[in-house]
Design a protein around this ligand. Structure first.
Ligand code: SF4
Length: 241
């Protein structure tokens, strides 16, 4: 058993059965299998908002949280309020132990330029790890076509980095599918997407992209970094790739 009741073989079977199913069907399975020990992390991206819309209809009590690094755009923080107004779902803020002023004082200034991996680790990965304690599964909004690592993910998989099951209901959706769903259901989204920001993280590490540029090229622009470390697969030895 990797989970309290599921073996790796059972997870592989579930993945096989759900691999080509709709996000709604995948979420229904996850709720039946894991709720209330089921949670979701969201950065209020368009994909995550589609999942919140679905969860509002299926099981609005699923705990949803946002990693509030202290460096998020004002538009992102306001989106949390718009989601609360629309769905009655209050996305919980999960924060690092130190506030931004404390953190920057400790390190003699911000780390996002000189050591973004450490900054992401301290302000996202560590709080995420703590937030996942007590849960058997978490829902993420990754899509296969976003990065090479994400292309290798499964709809249902064991997350050895955080030691729980990871459910990726939108894995097979394209960007077009996401925006079609948003338009059809009038799902709230971040206004920055209409201003050239296809992928939005913290403001110091996100820039608008030009036409034809990769969607994630505006994240940690000028560096090789493309992930904050939450969705990076691990080698057998546990090192992130
Ligand atoms: S995205 Fe940038 S500011 Fe946000 S946690 Fe990572 S390095 Fe820090």
């Amino acid at each position: 058993m990797v989970d309290a009741t599921l073996s790796l073989e059972q997870l592989a079977d579930a993945n096989q059965q759900l691999a080509d199913q709709s996000p709604e069907r995948i979420l229904r399975w996850a709720i039946a299998e894991f709720f209330p020990q089921l949670t979701m992390a969201t950065a209020f991206g368009p994909e995550g908002n589609c999942i919140i819309h679905l969860l509002a209809g299926l099981e609005p009590r699923v705990r949803i949280f946002n990693l509030e690094t202290g460096y998020q755009f004002q538009e992102t923080l306001e989106l949390r309020e718009r989601i609360k107004d629309r769905y009655g779902i209050e996305v919980e803020y999960v924060r690092a132990e130190m506030s931004v002023p404390e953190y920057e004082e400790e390190h003699g200034g911000p780390l996002y330029r000189i050591a973004p991996d450490q900054c992401c680790y301290d302000r996202k990965v560590v709080p995420l790890r703590q937030a996942l304690v007590g849960h058997r599964a978490w829902i993420s909004a990754i899509r296969k076509d976003q990065t090479a690592d994400r292309a290798r993910a499964d709809v249902v998989q064991w997350d050895s980095k955080f030691n729980l099951v990871k459910v990726n209901p939108l894995l097979n959706w394209t960007k077009k599918d996401v925006w079609k769903f948003i338009a059809t259901h009038d799902v709230p989204y971040n206004p920055l997407h209409d201003q050239g920001y296809p992928s939005i993280g913290c403001w110091p590490c996100t820039r608008a992209v030009a036409n034809g540029e990769d969607d994630r090229s505006g994240r940690w622009s000028g560096t090789a970094k493309r992930e904050c470390g939450l969705h990076v697969l691990e080698h057998q030895d546990g090192s992130g790739i």
